[in-house]
Design a protein around this ligand. Structure first.
Ligand SMILES: Cc1cc2nc3c(=O)[nH]c(=O)nc-3n(C[C@H](O)[C@H](O)[C@H](O)COP(=O)(O)OP(=O)(O)OC[C@H]3O[C@@H](n4cnc5c(N)ncnc54)[C@H](O)[C@@H]3O)c2cc1C
Length: 289
């Protein structure tokens, strides 16, 4: 499926290889999406694969200043088991620990999950709710991009061919704030979920002071459920408010029937259940009754 396999040791070296080879070269991390896409003809043929798994910068997972940095090349199992991720980004720990099977999680990376740009990608949905910024490297320098700006459509990332994800910057957790992630899979499934939901919220007394909700698949690209956020913000998560939030979420959602996963009707049914569960869990973790 390729002729040349390249192993850069730095981000700059990888960018140079991409620039030199042009469209004939593509980045590969765990290969769990890319190999299937190449094999099944969903990706145009390539000449060279640029393997980014030996770049130390992409494997970093640490606190930097007042943020948590998770390298784009960190395998999912390492993200899931990291005490730092569990402390500051529980929704991400929960998402990565449920993705695929154990062997896939040993090689699949968070950067690959985001760059593949599927609207229900579990890692991307958790990162959205956690307000992550992606660090993007290009031949012209580096920039930080809100996660939502990385998408053009289903399977279409806004990253240019000569660009790459270096990692994700997440705010550290603070008092009375917490996150949660839930998803529903087909019982025999190991691939994308029927539906997932990630919630981050901050509590003030018995009210939700701030909230971010991401649901996948919610539309053609990973995005937040802002109408439901508006209903919940400033209120206690009681029955009436949660009912109104579910209604708002369903009005905004663009669910569709998928041949392999579920009908639109079933997804609408699950959306309310997952929203209640994730808001409830995050609220509890933030110290709410
Ligand atoms: C059996 C199975 C089960 C799965 N289950 C799930 C699941 O439950 N939930 C889920 O969300 N996904 C699932 N996936 C999809 C896949 O495993 C994940 O999306 C994974 O995180 C992809 O990471 P990767 O490192 O393997 O990416 P790769 O396949 O290496 O790359 C994917 C794409 O991203 C690009 N890319 C990779 N790294 C970068 C980077 N740093 N910068 C820019 N572009 C980059 C590549 O060029 C390619 O286009 C499953 C896949 C399989 C095969």
């Amino acid at each position: 499926m390729w002729h040349t396999y390249l192993r850069p040791k730095t981000v700059e070296e990888a960018l140079q290889m991409l620039a030199e080879a042009g469209e004939a070269a593509v980045l590969i991390a765990g290969g769990t999406d890319l190999m299937l896409d190449l094999q099944q003809g969903r990706h145009p043929p390539v000449q060279a694969l640029v393997d980014i798994t030996e770049i130390p910068e992409l494997r970093a997972l640490e606190i930097r200043g007042d943020e948590l940095f998770v390298g784009a090349g960190v395998p999912l199992n390492r993200v899931a088991a990291s005490p730092l991720v569990r402390e500051h980004a529980m929704a991400l720990a929960e998402a990565t620990s449920q993705m695929a099977g154990y062997q896939i999680r040993n090689v699949a990376t968070l950067g690959g999950n985001v760059a593949h740009a599927l609207p229900a990608a579990d890692g991307a949905i958790a990162l959205l709710a956690l307000d992550a910024r992606a660090e993007v490297a290009s031949p012209h320098g580096r920039r930080r991009v809100p996660l939502a700006d990385l998408y053009l459509g289903p399977g279409r990332s806004a990253l240019k061919h000569e660009e790459m994800l270096v990692g994700f910057w997440l705010p550290l957790t603070r008092q009375k704030a917490a996150s949660a992630f839930r998803r529903v899979m087909r019982p025999q499934g190991v691939a994308l979920p029927i539906l997932n939901t990630a919630v981050w919220l901050a509590r003030e007394g018995d009210r939700i002071a701030q909230i971010r909700i991401a649901v996948g698949p919610f539309g053609p690209v990973p995005r937040r459920a802002t109408a439901a956020e508006s209903v919940l913000c400033g209120h206690a998560p009681d029955e009436a408010t949660l009912n109104a939030a579910v209604e708002a979420l369903l009005r905004e959602a663009r669910f569709r029937t998928s041949r392999y996963r579920a009908t639109e009707t079933y997804r609408r049914h699950l959306a309310g259940i997952l929203l209640r569960e994730t808001v409830g869990k995050a609220w509890q973790r933030a110290g709410g009754e």
